[in-house]
Design a protein around this ligand. Structure first.
Ligand code: PMV
Length: 330
């Protein structure tokens, strides 16, 4: 019974702009989603996620997950997650040419849902990996990344880049520009993450930036400015220049703010971390709520985040060089 895990990620630079073909540099982190997939004898599918929501969640269905499945308590992010898993299972069925095969799926995750740490990408690629192994049609990590991207692209109505799924499948620091995805060398990096307890709606936030960009030249110029900043950031990463990386992260946060995707809670945590001496601090992921990331995780920074009114949880994490991994059990 295969168990696969895949890491979450933080964006050093480039979220949102990456959707329009600019480069981005996400980094896998040492917090993961784990997925166990068991083949069933019938055509039903049962998905259990005991650590999502207060009491945990189970949904069982036959013949495809209908869009009107009712979840109790209702939660968009949780509903969307089951959408990713359902489609990831379909990918495995179609590769193995067993269109109606049923599965029992168990998901455990260290990543807050919709918080900008790539929880949906981690669950998606881990599910594709475990389900294809369960059906004896195993894929390489780049192949899983590719199918993971198609899954996110479909579930998010076209508002997705390859960044999250590639980073989660391959691990380490990666550079994504359009369809060109590659690993980039990096010294070990440590981060502090501040989480406001909330979640942004990725599809709505991406659509908002698209609107702004189509309406105002300044917004289109801001998206290209982020691309320029990422190119400078890639050089700083290659040179291990943490001061420059931090400075560019701060600028990146400002540009994301200008595109309307920050939030008061995120700005508060960013400033608390900077005041405590963080090299750099920015929102990570789609924004609108969720997480910020700082470069370096000095005690003073995590303490300042914990004391920040809008911060529900702060933790240290570091760059994880492993992508998808086969695990012994769950
Ligand atoms: O919030 P996350 O972890 O889903 O990241 C979204 C990143 C975006 O650039 C806004 C969208 C994308 O698919 O690249």
């Amino acid at each position: 019974m295969p168990v696969s895990s895949a890491p979450g990620k933080v964006y050093l630079f480039g979220e949102h702009a990456v959707v329009y073909g600019e480069p981005a540099i996400p980094c896998a982190i040492d917090r993961r989603a784990r997925v166990r997939v068991r083949r069933r004898e019938d055509d039903r599918t049962r998905i259990t996620a005991p650590d999502l929501g207060l009491q945990g969640l189970t949904v069982e269905y036959g013949d495809g997950l209908e869009s009107d499945v009712e979840l109790e308590p209702p939660a968009t992010a949780i509903g969307q997650l089951f959408g990713y898993v359902d489609m990831a299972l379909d990918v495995a069925r179609s590769i193995a040419e067993v269109p109606t095969h049923g599965f029992d799926v168990r998901i455990e995750s260290d990543l807050p849902l919709g918080g900008g740490l790539g929880s949906s990408a981690a669950v998606t690629v881990a599910t594709i990996d475990a389900a294809t192994r369960a059906l004896d049609v195993p894929l390489s990590p780049p192949e899983v990344a590719d199918h993971g991207y198609n899954t996110e692209y479909t579930v998010q109505d076209g508002n997705a880049s390859r960044a999250d799924t590639f980073c989660s499948a391959i691990g380490g620091a990666v550079r994504v520009e359009g369809d060109d995805c590659r690993s980039v060398a990096s010294a070990p990096l440590s981060f502090a993450v501040g989480f406001d307890g909330g979640a942004g709606d990725t599809a709505a936030l991406v659509a908002g930036v698209r609107d702004l960009k189509e309406t105002y030249d300044f917004a289109a110029a801001t998206v290209s400015a982020i691309g320029g900043l990422v190119r400078a950031g890639q050089m700083a990463l290659a040179e291990g220049d943490r001061a420059e990386l931090g400075r560019l992260m701060n600028v990146n946060h400002g540009l994301l703010h200008a595109l309307g995707v920050s939030a008061g809670s995120l700005d508060q945590m960013v400033w608390a971390a900077r005041s405590a001496g963080a090299n750099g601090a920015k929102l990570t992921g789609a924004g609108g709520g969720g997480c910020i990331v700082t470069l370096g995780a000095a005690d003073a920074v995590t303490t300042a985040l914990q004391a920040c009114q809008s911060c529900e949880e702060a933790f240290r994490t570091s760059l994880d060089t492993d992508g998808i991994r086969a695990e012994g059990s769950l």
